[in-house]
Design a binder for this molecule. Structure first.
Ligand code: SF4
Length: 291
C-alpha cells in the first residue's frame, strides 16, 4: 500500500499521490494520462482527476501499479479499479491490469475464445491476485499460457496450476528448467491453431518469441513497441540482453506478416492500418541497422 509519509514532492496536492516506491514502469501514465506524468525517473500526479471518467482511470492505474505506489489520502475504496480488469482492448482481447513487480510491470493480455476455437489464451503473466483470477474464471478460464520470454513470466506457475493449463515458451529462455509443458525450439514459426502463430524473435533474450493473432494483433513482449516520442515503432537498444544483431534480424523476419495492433509487454500499444504498421516496421528495422 502506498504510504503518505513517502509521498513524492512532485505530486500536486489532492487525493491521489505516488510514493517513493515507484519503479517508473509507465503503466499509470498509459492508463491515466490525464493524471500521471513522468517527472524524470518516476511518476507523479500532475493533475488530480477532474471528472468521474478521469477518477475511474486513476483507480485503474492504482490497481495496475506493480509496486502499490499509488494511493489516496483518504484511503478511498479502489473497487471500481479492481472491477475494471481485464479491460477490453480490441475484438476479444483484454488487458489484464494487475501488473507484477517480478516482471517490472510488464503488461499481460487475455484472448477470450470459445472452447471450439481452443479456449482462452493468457499472454504473459499478470500478478496472481484473487479478484483478477475470479474475473478470468468468469470469462472462461485459461486454456493456454503463451510466455513471450523469461522476463515477463511473473506468476506463470500459479496461473498454470490454478487453471490447469499448459504453458508454451522457447527453450532459449530455459523453458524446460521452468517446468513449461510445451517447449519450442529453433527459429521457425510454430502454428498453434488457425488463429495463433508463434514466431521466434531472438534478440532481447535468446528465447524471445511473439504471438500473431488472426493476422491482426501482434503480442510483442519486449521485442517491439510504439514510441510516442518518435511517433513510430521501436525496439529497446538499452534493454537488449542477448544480441542486438539477432534482434534486428528477428525484426526483419516480421516484415512479411500483417498486423494492425502491437500489444507489447513494455512500451506503448499502437493501432494503425496494416500498410501503415508495415511502414513503421520497415523504419524500425532500418533504424536498428544503424544502432
Ligand atoms: S504504475 Fe506504479 S510503478 Fe509504474 S510508473 Fe506508475 S506509480 Fe510508478
Amino acid at each position: 500500500m502506498a504510504q503518505i509519509n513517502k509521498r513524492l514532492a512532485e505530486n500536486v496536492a489532492g487525493e491521489f499521490f505516488v510514493d517513493e516506491s515507484c519503479i517508473d514502469c509507465d503503466a499509470c501514465r498509459q492508463i491515466a494520462p490525464a493524471s500521471f506524468r513522468d517527472h524524470g525517473g518516476q511518476s507523479s500526479v500532475y493533475q488530480q482527476p477532474q471528472n468521474p471518467g478521469e477518477q475511474h482511470r486513476a483507480f485503474m492505474a492504482l490497481v495496475a501499479c506493480p509496486t502499490a505506489s499509488i494511493g489516496t489520502t483518504s484511503h478511498r475504496n479502489a473497487r471500481q479499479g479492481v472491477e475494471a480488469f481485464p479491460v477490453h482492448v480490441v475484438d476479444d482481447v483484454y488487458f489484464c491490469g494487475f501488473t507484477s513487480e517480478a516482471s517490472f510491470g510488464a503488461w499481460s493480455y487475455l484472448i477470450v475464445r470459445p472452447g471450439e476455437k481452443g479456449g482462452n489464451v493468457l499472454v504473459d503473466s499478470p500478478r496472481f491476485t484473487a479478484p483478477l483470477v475470479k474475473r478470468i474464471e468468469k470469462m472462461g478460464g485459461v486454456s493456454l499460457m503463451f510466455l513471450s520470454h523469461r522476463d515477463d513470466i511473473a506468476d506463470h506457475a500459479r496461473f498454470a496450476a490454478h487453471f490447469d493449463c499448459p504453458r508454451i515458451m522457447h527453450e532459449g529462455d530455459h523453458a524446460s528448467a521452468l517446468g513449461i509443458e510445451r517447449v519450442t525450439t529453433g527459429t521457425e514459426p510454430v502454428r498453434i491453431d488457425d488463429e495463433l502463430l508463434l514466431i521466434p524473435t531472438p534478440g532481447h533474450t535468446r528465447g524471445h518469441q511473439v504471438l500473431l493473432y488472426r493476422d491482426k494483433v501482434l503480442f510483442t513482449g519486449d521485442h517491439l513497441a510504439w514510441s510516442p516520442e518518435r511517433g513510430t515503432l521501436t525496439a529497446f537498444r538499452d534493454h537488449c540482453w542477448f544480441s542486438w544483431r539477432e534482434q534486428t534480424r528477428s525484426m526483419e523476419k516480421l516484415l512479411p506478416y500483417r498486423f494492425e495492433w502491437v500489444l507489447p509487454g513494455h512500451g506503448r500499444i499502437h493501432h494503425g492500418p496494416i500498410e501503415e504498421m508495415h511502414e513503421h516496421l520497415e523504419r524500425c528495422v532500418a533504424r536498428m541497422k544503424t544502432q
